[in-house]
Ligand binder design. Sequence first.
Ligand SMILES: Nc1ncnc2c1ncn2[C@@H]1O[C@H](COP(=O)(O)OP(=O)(O)OP(=O)(O)O)[C@@H](O)[C@H]1O
Length: 283
Amino acid sequence: MIQIRGLGFQYPKGRTILNDISLDFTPGNIYGVFGENGEGKSTLIKLMAGLLFPKIGYCQISSQDISRRSIENLQEIFLVPEDFELPALSIDSFEKINAPFYPKFSRDQFYQLIQEFKLFPKEKLSALSFGQKKKVLIAFGIAANTNLLLMDEPTNGLDIPSKSQFRRIMASAVDQGKCIVISTHQVRDLHSLINHVVILGQSKVIFDQSFSSVSEKLWFGRPKQQMMDEVLYAEPTFGGRAVLKRENFEETEVDLELLFNAVVSNPDKINTVIKSTHYDAKA
Ligand SMILES: Nc1ncnc2c1ncn2[C@@H]1O[C@H](COP(=O)(O)OP(=O)(O)OP(=O)(O)O)[C@@H](O)[C@H]1O
């Protein structure tokens, strides 16, 4: 549904931020876009929202260039940005003014989420903390029921209980018609939520794999002595936790943080194992 091909971007007079990016985002999935600080995650999200325009290549939604900013496309995209200003309105006035832009907006769903986030419709946005304002936008974004929901660092500003509440709410928000893309450098916050991992590094896509491929080909945990030959990446500081070629080992839960560190330290090594057939991986 979202097709990015050969996309390149740089800010005026700046260095190349994104170079030759090609990605597909399909409905029914929650994608995590990861990368170290300054790798271009927010820039990619803004390009996907039609707020920035590629210098080269394209970003299409339903085969139409997002940079054309057609009404038809914009009403199917909602972005929860990293930083934002909200008007000095009550939550319910904000909803009344903005909901009409989104044909599939559900008021019931919005007010249910507002209640779940322990907020009140008559509260003034200007009187809320940053984390509470973010919750209003997250609730609005989910209730907008757009085909594409983009979230840039959505857990920034959320306290620890709210982060798990966020994961639970997002997991229930995904349906077959929706594509959710969440960018963050806080890899742990998306634990057990996403089902596809994209990692940016040095202006490129260095990893683009479904969770099922990751858990089919990689093993995460503390290896026993006889498993050491299969270690691809290890972190002594994590009590010896490591990423191994899975081969005949039992399936383990994907450790996102370990995966991220393994990919950043040696993308080719991890990609080769994931892309190999079972037979190749053994070779
Ligand atoms: N408006 C701008 N003008 C010029 N350079 C910019 C602008 N916005 C971002 N940049 C630069 O582009 C690069 C990528 O920024 P971006 O915000 O996309 O990274 P990020 O991966 O989201 O980072 P973080 O994890 O810190 O939020 C950074 O080097 C940043 O300094």
